[in-house]
Design a protein around this ligand. Structure first.
Ligand code: HEM
Length: 672
């Protein structure tokens, strides 16, 4: 294990799923210092003097150290250790990513979607973690803390780690406050024990101080709202393309003043902005302000989407299981039933409003998965209420009293009814021998810690997945449109469907990457060209610099996460619908920061795999049972961008032909 990896384990905070909140640039310098110290321990360089000396140019055979060694060797000038700390610190994001990836590969850390790391269960087996009082801690953390609190002399490697941790002032987080105060002199002493640690730590401190002087930033371009109005993508309702156009013209950070919201809103766009958001939004941007209004409408104090920091991570972990493939497999039979129930009502010659039909398909199965009930009949009310909450309390485009109209009052009563159905069906007796669901998880979280997750907050948290189901339903409508607009894609998906469904409902294991390949790529391409959630809203809580532009504290930020979908440099010929972009060899979505359909950062979608699978399975079933045609056949797709992107009501499908809809068992019997 390298020092960079050890310093990460030392700084890992199991409660937040990330590193202790040491200042960003200080951490960068410490990672740079750790690489230099490792090269020194490998006798490639000598850092004992002011000027860094190369002793051996032979690569170490380690991809973390060798690129740095090559850079140092390739520089003909004599340079100080400070110089190299600062130079390498500029690439610390890559060093950090690489080290975290390696720890995951060793089986010491687990990575969770959204940018969270935790000690893996396996870490205990390989001697890297220990558990006490239900708390898991890296062994290294205990060892270093015990060394500080004891009176022994650390070995040289631990002395380096102490020096590096001290250089970024990490002991404030690693020790109890009284221990920290009592041991400050000893920490200083131990930090200077080893000569490498002494020189590297001194350089790290010097470099960190130097950088805390504010660096010059560029003025943020302002765009008039009129300019936005003149863009034809807006009138097509295509927010992702609009944001891509603005990015190409104004760069990665620009400001727009909306007429109703008098302050400037800062827009971040492009691959690098997405990468920045992924890494740094957790410390600089806040979600709470965006969600606050909506939460309070349903009586909640907070929710997963509106939490930040450690409490958000705890809530995400508590809900994580509900969004796994394992859970989906347990509910698969009910999900098939929910899809069939909807498809049963589609008859030959029927004309369907695409978005309504597809939303029902998705909300039926998402509600089966999340609360073990089919709530498709309540979808219209939940959707109408959610849209009105968005417009009145998040986008603030309408005054708040618009949420109290008779129509909205009736929708609110239906939501109350849905909630009581969920509660009544989740008593211990009702749930006996049933596969667990999200409602079970939330109710046990409440029972276990009613202070953290009070009664007031349960309703909002159980209802919100249906909002997500709407996004998936909208995406389905786009996907069905794409499938039946392109005969070749339809036939490819239908062939997969024949192989899967001809003998009745497939087992969960039958849905593998290769068996649903075309359907899955159809989903990915649909979400690229027609992302249902094109952007993410936040508030700046710490002054921060993105791509050289400073975002003022308190301002509103929009991450145009999907603007990258329309950039030629990511997706050649970006306007063309092409499911082969995702084939091995092309994999255009794998470019860093290039695929934003499920968002970036700590609040990135918790259910991307589930959503992708549910959509793929629904498309396969539609392709198996139906031939649909778009009405009229030359329909130019029109999108309604507010409050979220959906196809307009005018997108309709006519049922051209239909196979008899049988349950899984019936299909097997009739084939026999
Ligand atoms: C195609 C369908 C979907 C799309 C495009 C989508 C997209 C997104 C995006 C962009 C976010 C981030 C929002 C933000 O940061 O402001 C998000 C969050 C979330 N999504 Fe999805 N989603 C989809 C389906 C689903 C489904 C089906 C579920 C669950 C049943 C789900 C559960 C969630 C949850 C729980 C969060 C909040 C995570 C957090 O705040 O930590 N999503 N989704």
């Amino acid at each position: 294990m390298r020092l960079t990896e050890e310093i990460i384990l030392l700084l890992l905070n199991e409660d937040s799923g990330y590193l202790e909140p040491v200042a960003g640039w200080n951490l960068s310098c410490v990672l740079a210092g750790a690489v230099l110290a490792d090269l020194d321990l490998e006798s490639r360089i000598d850092t004992a003097f002011d000027s860094l000396v190369v002793e051996d140019t032979t690569p170490v055979g380690d991809d973390l150290l060798d690129p740095v060694l090559a850079t140092i060797v390739g520089d003909p000038e004599p340079r100080t250790v400070n110089y190299w700390v600062e130079k390498i610190a500029n690439t610390s994001d890559e060093i950090l990513d690489q080290s975290l990836d390696r720890l995951v590969k060793y089986g010491i850390l687990d990575y969770a979607n959204g940018g969270f790391w935790s000690l893996s269960r396996n870490a205990a087996n390989v001697g890297y973690s220990m558990s006490s009082d239900n708390e898991s801690r890296a062994i290294i953390r205990r060892r270093i803390v015990e060394t500080i609190l004891g009176d022994g002399i650390p070995d040289p490697r631990d002395a380096i780690l102490i020096g590096l941790a001290n250089a970024c002032d990490a002991f404030r987080f690693l020790l109890q406050p009284e221990d920290y105060e009592a041991t400050r002199n000893r920490i200083e002493l131990l930090s200077r024990l080893d000569r490498t640690s002494r020189s590297v730590a001194t350089a790290v401190v010097a470099t960190s101080v130097h950088r805390s002087i504010p660096i010059a930033t560029k003025p943020i371009p302002n765009i008039s709202f009129l300019k936005v109005l003149r863009n034809d993508a807006l009138w097509e309702g295509n927010m992702a393309r609009l944001l891509a156009d603005l990015y190409r013209e104004y760069g990665p950070v620009f400001a727009v003043k909306f007429p109703l919201y008098r302050k400037r809103v800062f827009v971040l766009a492009g691959n690098k902005a997405n990468i920045w958001f992924n890494r740094h939004a957790r410390t600089n941007l806040r979600s709470k302000d965006t969600m606050m209004g909506m939460e309070s409408v349903l009586g909640a104090s907070r929710s997963l989407s509106g939490m930040d920091g450690a409490e958000h991570y705890r809530m995400r972990k508590a809900q994580h299981m509900a969004f796994t493939r394992t859970r989906m497999n347990e509910h698969l039979g009910d999900m098939f039933q929910a899809i069939r129930l909807e498809m049963d009502s589609w008859n030959e010659g029927d004309v369907l409003v695409a978005r309504n039909a597809c939303r029902r398909i998705m909300s039926g199965q998402v509600s089966e998965l999340m609360v073990s009930l089919n709530l498709a009949d309540y979808m219209d009310d939940i959707l109408a209420f959610k849209n009105r909450m968005l417009v009145t309390h998040v986008q603030k485009a309408l005054p708040k009293f618009f949420l109290r109209t008779p129509r909205m009052a009736a929708a609110a009563r239906r939501i109350d009814h849905v909630y009581s159905m969920i509660r009544n069906s989740h008593t211990p007796a009702q749930r006996e021998n049933k596969p667990r669901d999200l409602a079970d998880d939330l109710l046990s979280l409440h029972a276990g810690d009613p202070q953290y997750f009070p009664e007031t907050d349960i309703k909002f948290s159980t209802i919100i997945p249906f909002v997500a189901a709407m996004y998936a339903g909208t995406a389905m409508a786009f996907a069905v449109f794409a499938m039946f607009s392109n005969l070749d894609i339809y036939q490819r998906v239908r062939r997969e469907a024949e192989a899967l469904f001809a003998n009745g409902d497939p087992d969960p294991e039958a849905f593998r990457e290769e068996t649903i390949d075309n359907a899955h790529r159809l989903v990915l391409e649909t979400l690229r060209l027609y992302p249902s959630v094109p952007l993410q809203l936040r508030t700046v809580m710490n002054n921060c610099i993105v791509e050289g532009f400073e975002l003022p504290v308190g301002s509103r930020v929009v991450l145009a996460s999907t603007a990258v979908h329309y950039l030629e440099e990511n997706y050649p010929d970006p306007q063309t619908f092409d499911i082969d972009r995702y084939l091995p060899g092309r994999e255009e979505n794998k470019k860093h920061g290039a695929y934003g359909a499920f968002g970036f950062g700590t609040h990135a979608c918790l259910g991307p795999r589930v959503a992708e699978y549910q959509m793929a399975i629904s498309l396969l079933m539609i392709a198996y049972y139906f031939e649909l045609e778009i009405l009229p056949s030359s329909y130019p797709l029109k999108i309604n961008p507010f409050p979220t992107c959906t196809p307009r009501k005018s997108l309709k499908f006519r049922v051209k032909s239909k196979r008899p809809i049988t349950s899984g068992q019936q299909a097997v019997a009739s084939n026999a």
